[in-house]
Ligand binder design. Structure first.
Ligand SMILES: Nc1ncnc2c1ncn2[C@@H]1O[C@H](COP(=O)(O)OP(=O)(O)O)[C@@H](O)[C@H]1O
Ligand SMILES: [Mg+2]
Length: 303
């Protein structure tokens, strides 16, 4: 099925954190600490398992070749981050991932002066590093970031490909390898927080959604090594839960949660225990809803 070779040892824990020990003598304030912890870079030598839905890998490659930024929209846990990790490895590019939040500012992306031993030292942020190294900077949930980040994203996202660093007076021209990738979940978008048309019209856009049943089974098997029958049952539970969206459940069961359930079960928990902990209790706090969902789980496993 044209699927990339599975890398059984790929787990987020293997991400190589931007090392705090590089700057042992500097005092890190809370923001600086967050800034280090939330930007992750990953060695791109291994190919993370990604099961494609259609032509997204081809479109991404063409966008990169033509120096165009990419926007990925889709619900949480449907494979956006995994896709970007896979593409970075495929294109052999360093990847800087930033989980955006409502306190994330342009300085968090570009860099800041850190204080230590009575002097200040400039420290590049993840966006600047990606530009200098010619890698991918991936801004996850970009709509959450503060509006001042658009000041640095706009000149980088159009054909100028420039990053002005106000604090140091530098103006960086992004090398050919550099690519800006952003993602967001349209379901979480409030009226106030939508991406401005001037921002979104700078990107090539890809729509992601939860995989078809057959593909989701292949993902569960590829990720966790569970057998086909168990994968089929888990996926059918996921689909029954998704049908309850907007009635009993606010959130749908993501592929990520199904992977968690499969992981717990393959480590020795019973299927029912695994589904309760990874799926049901993660989706709702309401006890009646928990009972209703557990009935579906038990019926699926023949209790
Ligand atoms: N197409 C896919 N191929 C392989 N794994 C996938 C795929 N889609 C989802 N997954 C699994 O689901 C998990 C969550 O996906 P992720 O990329 O983190 O979601 P998102 O970034 O959209 O919230 C991944 O860690 C992986 O285990
Ligand atoms: Mg993600």
């Amino acid at each position: 099925m044209g699927r990339a070779k599975r890398n059984p040892s790929f787990f987020p824990l293997e991400l190589r954190w931007v090392s705090l020990t590089l700057y042992p003598s500097y005092i890190l304030d809370r923001n600086a600490l967050n800034f280090f912890l939330e930007s992750q870079t990953m060695a791109s030598t291994e190919l993370p398992f990604y099961d494609p839905a259609g032509d997204e890998t081809e479109i991404f490659e063409h966008a990169w070749k033509n120096r165009l930024p990419v926007l990925i929209k889709g619900p949480t846990g449907c494979g956006k981050t995994r896709f970007v990790a896979h593409m970075a490895a495929r294109l052999k590019l360093p990847l800087y991932t930033v989980a955006c939040h409502d306190d994330l500012s342009a300085a968090d992306l570009v860099g800041r002066h850190l204080l230590g031993d009575g002097q200040t030292v400039w420290c590049d942020g993840p966006l600047t590093r990606a530009v200098r190294e010619g890698g991918i900077c991936y801004l996850d949930e970009v709509v959450e970031a503060r509006k001042d980040t658009t000041v640095v994203l706009h000149p980088l996202a159009d054909d100028r490909r420039l990053l002005p660093i106000e604090r140091t007076g530098e103006l960086l021209q992004a090398p050919p390898g550099f690519m800006l990738v952003v993602s967001y979940n349209p379901g979480y978008q409030s009226l106030m927080k939508g991406l401005k048309p001037s921002t979104r019209q700078r990107f090539v856009s890809l729509r992601f959604d939860f995989p078809s049943a057959t593909r989701e089974e292949a993902i569960l098997i590829g990720e966790t090594g569970i057998d086909a029958d168990f994968a089929r049952r888990l996926v059918s539970i996921g689909q029954s839960f998704r049908a309850l969206k907007d009635r009993d459940l606010e959130e749908v069961a993501s592929t990520r949660l199904l992977v968690y359930a499969a992981t717990l079960a393959s480590s020795g928990l019973s299927p029912v225990q695994s589904c309760r902990a990874a799926l049901v209790e993660s989706l709702t706090d309401d006890e009646e809803t928990v009972s209703a969902l557990m009935e579906i789980v038990q019926a699926t496993f023949g209790f």
